[in-house]
Design a protein around this ligand. Sequence first.
Ligand code: PBG
Length: 327
Amino acid sequence: MTMAEFKRHRRLRTSANMRALVRETEVTVDDLIYPVFVVEGENVRNEVSSMPGVFQLSLDNLSAEMKEVSELGIKSVLFFGIPAEKDEVGTGAFHDHGIVQRAISQTKEEFPELLLIADTCLCEYTSHGHCGIVHDGIIDNDESLGYLVDTAVSQAKAGADIIAPSNMMDGYVQAIRKGLDEAGFTNIPIMAYSVKYASAFYGPFREAADGAPQFGDRKTYQMDPSNRREALREATSDIEEDADFLIVKPALAYLDIIRDVRNQFNAPIVAYNVSGEYSMVKAAALNGWIDEKAIVMEKMIGMKRAGADLIMTYFAKDVARWLKEDN
Ligand code: PBG
């Protein structure tokens, strides 16, 4: 027997079955969380111009969408609401008959098995478009917490299965956990947007959810994209405050952060494949410049390989369909 002079890696790539045998990472429909935008009004189905294929839906059009989602085997949806009116404190966010609260109770009744995740934030509901309460141009951390607790509790009362706070105030997990427990919702998990960067990739979402800040930016509460260790400080405090899931957001320019968080924590890790990441792929695909399915699936694998357990993505329906086609 002659000694090989080099290692023949190609032996494990000789056929589709051989490649399947040694495949390390897989994406399944169970990994997907589909974000949905619900809006006041009747018979509304507004396509978001910067997000082709994504719609703002009124409640009468929501059922058909939820039916499609559940028929595709997707198990969880994330609700964002666009209220009819905005005010200084974001009353629409914690109103018992708020748009998200009604969307949740309607969907819970129609599709009881679907897991309903409520985004807990104020920016779509405040006139100034910030994620907390503003005084003299400053976002007041501690005053915001009470409003966020009210929002989370009203969402849980409406039937939300998971609370996902995206506001980036300090102490929000502790405050919301306490509020939920006191209201009797000890079994409702918190999916915390623990590591959320101040990112230009949210641009199209702000059109979709009508939630752009009317002055300044979000850099006093969302993280500086330059910082890696700070991600671990944010995740550590959220875990100490009893967060059940950790979200890293955005995903694709932050795969190193997903890996760091995965290595450091045992909680389920969620990658938020955000609006800008969706729009860029869509634009190139609509121009015929890329193979959309191949590109999207490669990105999904990338997020999972980096360490994500779950992926929030506007491509969820497409991915579910493609997974079905290929089986
Ligand atoms: C609200 C919120 C935002 C996103 C999710 N929740 C916008 C922001 O923080 O400015 C972005 C999601 C996306 O871009 O897909 N705080």
